[in-house]
Every structure is written in C-alpha cells, then in structure tokens.
Design a protein. Structure first.
Ligand code: HSE
Length: 349
C-alpha cells in the first residue's frame, strides 16, 4: 500500500480519486488516499473523513510518499509543493502556473531530496507529451514543438465557425463545461497556451523558460466571425497555435491565431481538443491528439505521474537556466496571409 495526499479536491483532485478508485493494476490499485487537503468539507464523499485543513499533518506523516498538488494558483500551491519536496515526498502536479514560475527551483529541491517533481498534467490535459519529450525523443534533435494547447479557445473558435456564435456566447458555454480558467482572460489572451509552450519548449530544449520571456503572445480576442468566414473561403480554419522552434542555436517562441490549411492535421482539431506536433530531425513530424482539459483526462495524466513516482521510473532532472538572448523575437518571422478584409494572419505549416 502506498499512501498519498491530494492537495485541492476540485475538478482535477476529484478526478484523481475517480481514476485511482477504478485502477485495476499495481501499483495504482494499491494506492491509499490518506489525506485530502481542502478548506471545504465533503461529508457525503466516501473519503469525507480524510479531509483536513492541516498541511503539517501531511508533511509530518512519514508514510505519505506522494503529494498530489491540484490546488491551482501560484501562492500556497508553490509553498506546499516546496515543503513537501523538502520533506522527502514526491510531488505530482497539474498546476502549470507553479511549474512555469517555480519549476526549476522545485526540480532542484526534488533532486536535492532524492525525490521527483512531475507535471505531465500541466500541459495538454490527458495527452502524454512531457514524458515522451523527456524520454522517447531524447535520441533525436527536436526542431519544433507546436500545439493547439488551449481547449477553451479551440472550443470558442470551433463554435464561432460551426454555429456562428459570438466569442462571448461560446466562452460562456466553455465555462459551463468547465474548460476555462477561473479567470478566462488567461485563455483568451493566449497566456495559458504561452505557459504550456514555455514548459514544452523548456523540456525540448533543456532550458528553464518562463512564459514571461516569450516576446509575442497574442490571443483570440480580435478574431471575428468575419475572419473565420473569410478563412473558410480559403479552405482554412483559424486556430490559436503556440510554436517553439530552433533557429540555429536559439529559439523562436510565439503564441498567435494562425490560419491552418487542410494539409495540416491541426485543421481537424475541433471542440476543446488539443494537439501537439513534435518535429525531430530524424523522426520527422509526430502528432499527439486528445482531451486537453477536463477532470478525468487531466487526472489520468496525474495518475500516470503517480505511478512513475511510486515505481521509480522517473528521475529528477533540473533544466538549465535560459540565458539572455536565447529566445528570438518571432513577431515578424514566418509566413503571413492577408484575408479579404485586410487582416493579416500567420499561416501554420
Ligand atoms: N483552461 C485550460 C484550457 C484548461 O482551456 O485548455 C486546461 O489547462
């Protein structure tokens, strides 16, 4: 039996309970959720008696080997993650804000304490992408990582096109379906996608990159139904795409709405689905597709990390600091197409 604690019993934390409850094989079916840290109580829940507000109880319990951080935010979530790592506990998270802001420090704390800090669920929800980048692609030179990494904006763009909904109407439904961030500005303005591409680029290039160092982050706020209709006349859809590519010994990273033609697999990515394309110098293009948000898909990724932490399959790795000038300003680079209304869009190739 492996004891774990879940910090934050919301959409993802609750999903982790669900996935563990239905696990049929070792070691996940031998995981015991000993504590759930939350300010709320859950009297009707089967694990309602394990809910606590006392974090000290968790880090002082030597029998807890994995702490699952699904709290959100970058304040308490960061402090608790650091404290757990320093107490010699593996930490698994879905929290991209903490990974983005404190990832390197937490990786270092993990290494110093002989444990791991894992964050597969922080990018692409249920899509396995961080572990493959960290292992399968290690033998190749990664030239480009590109992705539709935000389910909310993809849902909005899909429904603006298929049902002629306004951005506001489609956002409301995306929020009701639980895809959007607490503050949807992060989704709409491309900040959520920026955090995710910064994490992926960091792994692909073995650098710690914060989204704040990305020179061009553009969201979908200015995409209109007219743009979408005009794009359709060219056989294209509009998608919010985050790209990180090697340019010599530097990188060009940007987030922006792109026109996507039918020859790209990204043309078919609809609703809240995500896709990540990785291009290696030997392997060529490899595309990952799946549910990028939602309780169970994200929890599945968290549980994969719990399994890797328990079974010792993951090792601690600290990315190197990103030096000044490494990230190029990509605002002018790439191919652009002008729509019939005069608006210029990047074209995704
Ligand atoms: N708001 C995010 C999205 C949630 O829409 O993709 C998953 O990170």
């Amino acid at each position: 039996m492996t004891n774990i604690a879940i910090l934050g019993f919301g959409t993802v934390g609750g999903g982790v309970y669900e996935v563990i409850s239905r696990a049929s094989k070792k070691p996940l079916n031998e995981v015991n959720i000993k504590y759930i840290l939350d300010l709320r109580s859950f009297p009707e829940h089967p694990l309602g008696d394990r809910v606590t507000t006392d974090f000290e109880k968790i880090i002082n319990d030597e029998s807890v080997s994995v702490v699952v951080e699904t709290m959100g935010g970058d304040g308490v979530a960061y402090k608790f993650s650091l404290a757990a790592l320093k107490a010699g506990k593996n930490v698994v998270t879905s929290n991209k804000a903490v990974v983005d802001k404190y990832g390197r420090e937490l990786e270092e704390a993990a290494r110093e304490n002989g444990v791991v800090y894992l964050y597969e669920a922080s990018v692409g929800g249920g899509i396995p992408i961080i572990a493959p980048l960290n292992s399968c692609f290690m033998g190749d030179d990664i030239l480009r990582v590109a992705g539709i990494l935000n389910g909310t904006t993809n849902y909005i763009l899909t429904h603006m096109q298929s049902e002629g909904k306004s951005l506001e109407e489609a956002l409301k439904t995306a929020q009701e379906l639980g895809y959007a961030e607490a503050d949807p500005h992060a989704d709409l303005a491309g900040l959520d996608a920026a955090r995710k591409i910064a994490i992926l680029a960091g792994i692909a290039l073995d650098k710690y990159i914060s989204y704040e160092s990305i020179p061009h982050i553009e969201g979908i706020e200015n995409v209109t139904s007219e743009d979408i209709a005009l794009a359709e006349q060219l056989g294209c859809v509009i998608r919010l795409i985050a790209v990180a590519e090697r340019v010599g010994d530097k990188a060009r990273i940007l987030v922006a709405p792109h026109l996507v033609g039918k020859d790209s697999l990204f043309h078919a990515i609809r609703e809240a689905f995500n896709a990540v394309s990785v291009t290696g110098s030997a392997v060529g293009e490899v595309v990952f597709y799946g549910q990028g948000a939602g309780s169970l898909p994200t929890a599945a990724a968290v549980c994969g990390d719990i399994e890797r932490a328990i079974s010792g399959k993951a090792s601690a790795h600290v990315r190197t600091q990103c030096e000044d000038g490494f990230i190029l300003d990509g605002s002018e680079g790439g191919k652009f197409i002008t729509l019939a209304n005069g608006k210029k869009y990047r074209y995704f190739e």
